[in-house]
Design a binder for this molecule. Structure first.
Ligand code: ADP
Ligand code: MG
Length: 348
């Protein structure tokens, strides 16, 4: 029997780790990316470089694959739809349409009776001035933001005058939550009521970028149960196939809110490569390729450090212990705030 050909849109480190997991399952990986230096090409069997709007190039991709998934959520919806007419895209493109947009995403979550932060749509300066009761707040572009990009912290009314806001974009203004901690729950859904779910992961961000992730999370049983139940409900309601992550805020009074949903494998789940028998990447591949589900079990507690910018240099020369794992994303250039690699320690 010939190998299954899985196409992945996007060629960053998530693509690399998906490709590595696929290799183990004897699946062929074809990466499509609009960056000719995409690091995932070093880990994949085949690489196509082209814009996501280039119909000819996308058609070439379609001819090479049996099924398609994506490793970042900002692929144009029209591209996903176009591909889906010829080869199945999983998770389904219409899921992306909701989650790509912070406003629609929060509305969807609220419609399930799940709490998010308080937010309001802001389209112009007048809207902003009319909603100063949301301050201190964070103004976020409704689309295309990641790692804190497209976000402005507004402490008071005076701050509005100080920043230059480009109202070609739409925004949401979110109230600042007094964070006690942040956690995430990663779930892989295979079909109706069928999933593997990882225990909540505790996350620490620096400059709005994930810095540390750890299991077990130090949380009470109520938060453990709610975060797990909500992740199941969200994935069930979306009729999701594949790995999904729900990011949560916990405030000083132990209230829990959904921050955002990532319709893909997630940075906080990198530790599952070493802590579990089946990683978030392998589970994603198994689900989107229609393979069997294997009971996912924790082998070790673990902690992951993201290596951002220059951090990587030191680790490239480090002596690695037997319970430590170093992942170098092999990116062409070191840049500040760029995720260059990660480092996981397991605890036996
Ligand atoms: P991104 O899409 O860039 O990950 P997030 O909305 O998840 O955007 O914001 C990144 C980080 O910024 C969060 O993980 C959190 O640490 C901080 N943050 C964002 N919104 C809020 C908020 N309303 N209150 C407190 N902290 C926030
Ligand atoms: Mg986030």
């Amino acid at each position: 029997m010939s190998k299954l050909n899985l196409g992945i849109l996007g060629g960053g480190q998530l693509g690399s780790m998906l490709a590595t997991a696929a290799k183990k399952l004897d699946i062929n990986i074809i990466i499509y990316c609009d960056d000719k230096d995409a690091p995932a090409q070093k880990f994949s069997d085949n690489f196509l470089f082209g814009s996501y709007n280039d119909e000819n190039k996308i058609s070439e991709f379609i001819n090479k694959v049996d099924v398609v998934t994506f490793e970042f959520e900002n692929i144009p919806f029209n591209t996903l739809e176009f591909i889906n007419k010829h080869k199945q895209v999983l998770p389904k493109p219409n899921i992306n349409q909701v989650i790509q947009n912070r406003f629609l995403e929060k509305k969807f979550v609220n419609s399930l009776n799940i709490k998010t932060t308080d937010y309001v749509m802001v389209k112009n300066l007048k809207d902003l001035h009319n909603n100063v009761n949301f301050l201190p707040g964070i103004l976020k572009t409704t689309t295309l933001g990641y790692d804190g990009k497209g976000q402005f912290k507004l402490n008071s009314k005076n701050d509005i005058e100080k920043i230059k806001i480009d109202f070609d974009n739409e925004y949401i203004l979110e109230k600042v939550v007094n964070l006690k901690k942040e956690i995430s729950v990663i779930i892989t859904r295979f079909k109706n009521q069928t999933y593997e779910i990882y225990e909540p992961i505790e996350n620490i961000h620096e400059d709005q970028i994930l810095k540390f992730s750890e299991i077990p999370a130090n949380i009470n049983d109520n938060i453990l149960n709610l975060s797990t139940e909500w992740a199941k409900k969200i994935s069930e309601e979306l009729d999701y196939i594949g790995t999904l992550c729900v990011e949560y805020f916990i405030d000083e009074k132990d209230n829990i809110y959904v921050n955002e949903i990532a319709p893909r494998v997630h940075n906080s789940g990198h530790l599952t490569i070493n802590s579990h028998n089946i990683s978030q990447f392998e589970n994603h591949i198994r689900a989107v390729c229609g393979m069997n589900k294997i009971k996912t079990k924790k082998k070790f507690n673990a902690k992951m450090i993201n290596l951002i910018g220059d951090d990587i240099t030191k680790y490239r020369n480090k002596r690695i212990q037997e319970n430590e794992f170093f992942f170098d994303y092999l990116k062409k250039e070191i840049k500040p705030k760029r995720k260059m690699g990660h480092f996981t320690t397991i605890f036996k």
